[in-house]
Design a protein around this ligand. Structure first.
Ligand code: ADP
Length: 478
């Protein structure tokens, strides 16, 4: 069922309910009002009649019914009133002229009147219903008979019947009108939604994520919906663009080693009797490129897993031990560059030991690769107010200011003059940043051209009960 129809139905149903309740209330109040007016008129009439009635009649036993003259009650002239006088034994002694047959006298009313009480009963006479009022007639303070006044209920019932019809017509008419109005208003309210839906469908069909929805009015719900949708489109657009670039860069980076391997292998195949030294060189180049390709594929896999939201293991890790292991591994590779340990404090963090080691190895590997022979690389690890601060400093060429903000981007690399066999993938620092951030930490670089670079990683330390203390704000990196 469409929202438009649902809105209209709800609106009409609620309005009809309210109208019906109101109509019932009006009917009940008017009916009560008319009934009490009638009863009041009957009372007055009875009062008037009792004044004129000759109560002596009652004292004398009379066999014949007397004619009772209806008093000139002008105020009630329009009502059909009947009056009769009944003796204590139930005999009708006198009755008004317009009364053909005497009124039937219910025993209960007679008993009540003889007991000195007034009563009202509704009588069903042939052709009409009447309200019968019975009141005692007193002679020297003794009940000697009963005066009965009956008023026809027909005018009242006719009036109430008319009122019922009018109220029903008003309720039905208003409900019908409300339904039509509701249907029209709902259509008007839903029109912008339809427009938004059509625009969103068009964007979906064209698959052009650069398109945006027209934002009708920033302050209303639909404006906010369109703005939110546009924001989401913007984010999706950026993510898709990043993924596309990543894929293109990955393909591009893979093409270089693949082409090199193919060229070398084809050259080898073409040479029927190759020079052993030349052949060894070619095979070494193939091995080097294969190794680079393996590294690239591993790095791509790491980042792809990171993008897929890979959850890292969270165990207590002695970061100083991991740093020492990395130091030992890299020491063997530090060809012509001094690799030193500076400050080394015992610090435990919560996290994935292998990833943390990869982070340190990447940083040390870079420092060793970009620092020319004779330079030095120093590793520090200190504990600072709930944070482990790990630093890799080198005396390398430094990073020019224009590159600094971008070196943590994927595939962002630039040639360092005089760098030794880099063979890098441009993904190393992007992976470092992901590992640091996935541990609730951060990574920063400070560098001065010609003097060297310092990469600093801040990681929240493991708390005493195993939780981390990442609620402490990270110290400023300098
Ligand atoms: P790569 O695989 O090229 O090393 P990275 O993401 O690790 O990729 O580094 C990006 C770029 O940052 C490198 O191309 C290099 O120019 C520069 N760089 C990284 N580490 C250092 C360093 N310690 N000293 C100087 N330049 C560096």
């Amino acid at each position: 069922m469409s929202i438009r129809l649902r809105l209209t139905l709800w609106y009409t149903a609620l309005l009809s309910l309210a109208l019906a309740a109101f109509a019932v209330l009006v009917y009940v109040v008017v009916a009560q009002q008319l009934t009490s007016q009638l009863e009041y008129a009957v009372h007055l009439q009875a009062l008037e009649a009792s004044r004129t009635v000759d109560t002596d009649l009652l004292a004398r036993p009379v066999a014949q019914t007397h004619r009772l003259q209806l008093p000139a009650a002008v105020a009630f002239a329009d009502r059909r009133l009947y009056i009769q006088m009944v003796a204590a034994n139930g005999d009708v002694l006198a009755k008004s002229g317009d009364l053909g047959q005497p009124l039937p006298t219910p025993q209960s009313s007679l008993r009540a009147a003889l007991g000195g009480e007034e009563s009202h009963v509704t009588l069903n006479l042939p052709g009409e219903r009447v309200d019968l009022y019975s009141t005692p007639l007193l002679l020297n303070d003794k009940v000697v008979g009963v005066l009965q006044v009956a008023a026809s209920l027909r005018p009242l019932e006719d009036n109430l019947g008319r009122l019922r019809l009018i109220l029903l017509a008003v309720v039905l008419g208003t409900a019908g009108f409300a339904a039509a109005l509701g249907w029209f208003l709902a259509a008007k309210a839903m029109r912008p939604v339809d427009r938004l839906t059509r625009s969103a469908q068009a964007i979906g069909r064209s698959a052009d994520l650069a398109q945006r929805l027209a934002e009708p009015n920033q302050n209303d719900e639909l404006g906010r919906l369109a703005a939110t949708f546009n924001e989401m489109l913007g984010r999706v657009d950026r993510v898709v663009a990043t993924q596309r670039r990543f894929l293109a860069d990955a393909a591009h980076e893979l093409r270089t080693p693949v082409t090199s391997i193919r060229t070398n292998v084809e050259a080898l195949l073409r040479t029927t009797r190759p020079d052993p030294r030349e052949r060894d060189d070619t095979l070494r180049a193939v091995a080097r490129e294969s190794e680079r390709m393996t590294r690239l594929v591993n790095d791509l896999l790491t980042l792809a897993r990171a993008d897929a939201g890979q959850v890292l293991a969270r165990r207590r890790v002695a970061l100083d031990t991991v740093l020492l292991e990395a130091y030992q591994m890299e020491k063997a590779l530090a060809d012509g560059v001094r690799l030193d340990l500076g400050e080394l404090e015992q610090v435990e963090v919560e996290g994935d030991q292998d990833r943390l080691k990869q982070l340190i190895l990447n940083l040390v590997d870079n420092a060793l690769r970009y620092t020319p022979s004779g330079g030095s690389v120093t590793l520090d690890l200190v504990h600072r107010a709930g944070w482990a601060e790990l630093r890799v400093r080198d005396t390398g060429p430094g990073i020019p200011a224009e590159h600094l903000p971008r070196i943590f981007e994927r595939f962002y690399r630039f040639d360092q003059p005089g760098a030794r066999h880099t063979g890098g993938t441009g993904l190393g620092l992007a992976i470092c940043r992901w590992i640091a951030e996935a541990h609730g930490g951060q990574i920063e670089v400070a560098s001065q051209e010609g003097l060297g670079s310092a990469f600093t990683v801040l990681l929240p330390t493991a708390g005493p009960s195993g939780g981390d203390s990442s609620t402490v704000p990270a110290p400023r990196l300098d």
